[in-house]
Structure formats: C-alpha cells, structure tokens
Design a binder for this molecule. Structure first.
Ligand code: HAM
Length: 424
C-alpha cells in the first residue's frame, strides 16, 4: 500500500473548511492594510536559502529537501518564503518603483523536522513582507496587522514576544561577549550548545535543555549591546506599539532560527498549542537582499503557521469549517426528477448548498440520508407538490414542515442560515 510520506497529511473537512476560513480572513485583513498577494515558486535554487536563511541553521543544514535537477543544478523545496519574496523583488527590479512593496503569500513549506503534533514536514504558512524601508512605523504596522488578524479570528490568549537583535555593527560585539561567557561554562552546557557556540553562537540562547537554563540565564543580554541607532529604532517601535495599545513582552533571549534577521524580531505564542507553542514568527532582515547578491533593500515580515492556527481555532470554535448541505432535495418518483433538478439549480444559483441524489428512493430513506449528511432542510418534491406548486420544506432540527411556493424557498432557507451559528 502506498502511503502519504511521513510528516505530510491529507487535510479533510471540516479541517479544510477551517483552513479556507483562516485564509479568507487573512486576505481580508491584509487587503485593508494595503497588501497584495505574491505567488513565488515552490522550488528554488538551494543556494538562495543557504545564503539567506544560513548554512549553519537547522533549517538549511538538516531539514531542507534538496535535490539535483537533471541539469545538475541543486534545487530545494522552499523551507520558507521570505528569501523567495526578496529574490523576486531583486530579480523583477521592484526597487525601481517608488514607495514600499507590501506582499502576502499563502502556501506549503517543507522542512524535514521530526514530526509531532503541530509540526509537519509539509506545513502551511501565511506570510507577509514589507520591502523598501526600515522606519520603526513599518514594524509597528506589521505587528498591528498580525494582532488585528488574531483578534478578528478570536484567538486568545496569546503572547507577543519582542526583541531586537541589533545589526552588523553592534551584534559582533554581543556575540564576542556571549562566546566569552559561554566559553567559561562550556563543559556544563549540552552538546548542542557546545556545537552551536562554534557554528551559530546566538542560537545557544534558544536552547531548551533544562540543565543549560541556569547558565544561559546569566549570559549577557543582547539589549545591553545595541548600538545607538538600533537602540533608537527599538525604543521608537516600543513607543508606537504602546500608542496602539498592543501589549508585548521584551524577550532578550529570543533570537529566531534564521540567520537573516536584524533589529526587530518577534513571535506570538499560545499556551493552547502545547510544546510547539509558536503560532507565528517574524522580524526585520535589512541585510538579506545583499546576502543574495542584490542591492541594499530593507524589509520586515512574519509567517504564521497555518496548521497551528487551525489547531488552536478549532479548540476555541469546534464548529469551524463545518459546512453541511443547507438543503437535501428529496424527489419522489421519476416523474419529479426534472422539476427537482430545476429547483436545485435555482437554489444553487442563489448560493444555497444543495445535495441531490440520482437514485430513486422512498421518503423515509431520503430523510435518513439527509440526517446522515446533517442537512438543515429537506425539500420534498412529489407529484402532488408539483401539481399544487407548494413544496414541503422540512426543518431537520426542529422537525417542523412548511409548504412553500417556489419563489418563497430561497428567502426562507437563506434567512435560516443568517441566524445560524456557523460562520459563513
Ligand atoms: P519561522 O519561525 O521559521 O519563520 O516559521 C514561522 C512559523 O511557521 C512558525 O512560528 C510556526 O508556526 C510555523 N512552522 C514552522 N515550522 C513548522 C513545521 N514544521 N510544522 C508546522 N508549522 C511550522 C519563517 O519561516 C520566516 N520566513 C518568517 C518571516 C517572514 N520572517 C520575516 N518574514
């Protein structure tokens, strides 16, 4: 038997309905913040991610799906999309156009991680990027947008973790201090930390191993090493978030798992998630463009883990994504089929979700099928009904039945939906 690859999955209703709901709302919210959609390829040159995300990161060194194309170029399934958006920005010379570019994307990403609840090898992100500026007001607006989106979805409680990791001017001083401090307790740290100390010292701060925590807590804080420009940027951002009433926790240990970040970094976590508690992450990446051979282009963005959003949302709103037939059309006798189909067509054109079956059956069987499908109404089309132009509409919840003329059907059915608890 051929099975889905480990870490991948088939997303079925109602979860697929919840995915649609979350995606539609993202499009709505991002649109009013003046973002447009960008669709970049799902595979790119592997070098793109090596030079942006970084060769020493777990994502590139251990988790990237890399393969040789027939012409021997090395390709990769995208582990994230920020690098692709910046690549497109450079390649299509978008810096020639005035103003900022605001893009969002929705799609699958691939990382060969150890699968567990909320962690997959093919997972889905909704991301957004603003390119062409580094004013802290941009950072504040990006954060405001994502917070607005969470509020609109009704995801709460959540925590916004905020940090600044400096830039190429000030970060080297911090890394030096960090290495010195960690070097003193080197043999007390876990193997991973010891390795990271050589390859990617900032990531030591991210270690979750219990025995490392007392030492890491005593390491210097990046915030004490920020240069005047980075400090001013961070303090202006905090002021702008305060003015918007957006609560955050300064988290100096949050360094993120991708190398391209500069200055602002942020994550939103939720206790509803369990171990994989990061709902989304993002930050500024003012040097990314140059690292892949482009002109200086400043940018900031974030990516939401769509699978995790859906997981949290379906805990809060278990009905999310359930979209059952509004009407099950029960026809009684072959002579009624063409009228039944005509009514079905009329209802469908009015936007009513209808189910109709093509085998003849008795009313009792039809009602039990409608029940199984959880249809809200059954429309009964018999020879009598056709003769009188009055059709039985049975409310499957309340059990009551009314007889309505053809022209009354849509209003009655749609009216019932408006009052329902299921989000449209
Ligand atoms: P990231 O933190 O690597 O950032 O991923 C963002 C989010 O994607 C995570 O917070 C998590 O919710 C979700 N995620 C990551 N890996 C998995 C997985 N294996 N299974 C399920 N969900 C996962 C980025 O990808 C950056 N490109 C974000 C960004 C955009 N920074 C600036 N612009």
């Amino acid at each position: 038997m051929i099975k889905a690859i480990r870490g991948t999955r088939d997303i079925l209703p109602p979860e697929s309905g919840a995915f649609q709901y979350v995606e539609t709302l993202a499009r709505e919210v991002f649109r009013v913040f003046n973002f447009d959609e960008i669709r970049t390829p799902i595979f790119e040159s592997a070098e793109l991610f090596a030079r942006s995300v970084g060769t020493e990161t777990d994502i590139v060194s251990k988790e990237m799906y890399t393969f040789a194309d027939r012409d021997e170029t090395t390709l990769a399934l995208r582990p994230e999309a920020t690098a692709s958006v910046v690549r497109a920005f450079i390649e299509l010379q978008m810096s020639q156009e005035p103003g900022l570019k605001r893009f969002y994307y929705i799609g699958p990403m691939f990382r060969r991680e150890r699968p567990q609840k909320g962690r997959y090898r093919q997972f889905y992100q909704i991301g957004a990027e603003v390119l062409g500026g580094d004013h802290p007001a941009i950072d504040a607006e990006v954060i405001e947008m994502v917070v607005e989106y969470l509020n609109r979805l009704g995801i709460r409680p959540f925590s916004l973790l905020l940090n600044s990791i400096g830039d190429s001017k000030c970060r080297p001083n911090f890394v030096k201090a960090l290495k010195a401090a960690a070097g003193e307790v080197r043999d007390k740290l876990c193997e991973n930390c010891q390795r990271r100390l050589e390859t990617n010292p900032l990531r030591v701060l991210d270690c979750k191993v219990e025995s490392c925590q007392p030492y890491i807590n005593r390491f210097p804080s990046i915030l004490e090493y920020l240069c005047a420009d980075c400090q001013a940027h961070f303090s202006e951002l905090r002021g702008l978030l305060d003015a918007r009433g957006i609560a955050y926790q300064i988290t100096p240990r949050m360094v993120r798992g991708l190398d391209y970040y500069t200055r602002t970094t942020f994550e939103i976590t939720s206790d509803l998630l369990g171990a994989q508690n990061s709902l989304l992450g993002g930050g500024r990446y003012d040097g990314l463009s140059e690292s892949i051979g482009g002109p200086p282009v400043k940018g900031i963005g974030f990516a939401i883990g769509l699978d995790r959003f859906v997981m949290v949302l379906t805990q809060i709103r278990p009905e999310l994504g359930m979209d059952r037939p509004q009407v099950y059309v029960a026809w009684l006798g072959t002579k009624t089929l063409s009228k039944a189909y005509e009514l079905t067509r009329m209802l469908r054109r009015a936007g009513v979700r209808c189910a109709i079956e093509f085998d003849e059956m008795k009313l009792k069987k039809a009602l039990s099928n409608a029940d199984r499908l959880k249809a809200a109404f059954v429309l009964i089309v018999g020879e009598d009904e056709i003769a009188k132009n009055k059709f039985g509409l049975k409310d499957m919840k309340g059990g009551s039945q009314v007889f309505l003329e053809e022209r009354e059907l849509v209003t009655r059915i749609q009216g019932a939906r408006e009052g329902s608890a299921v989000p449209a």
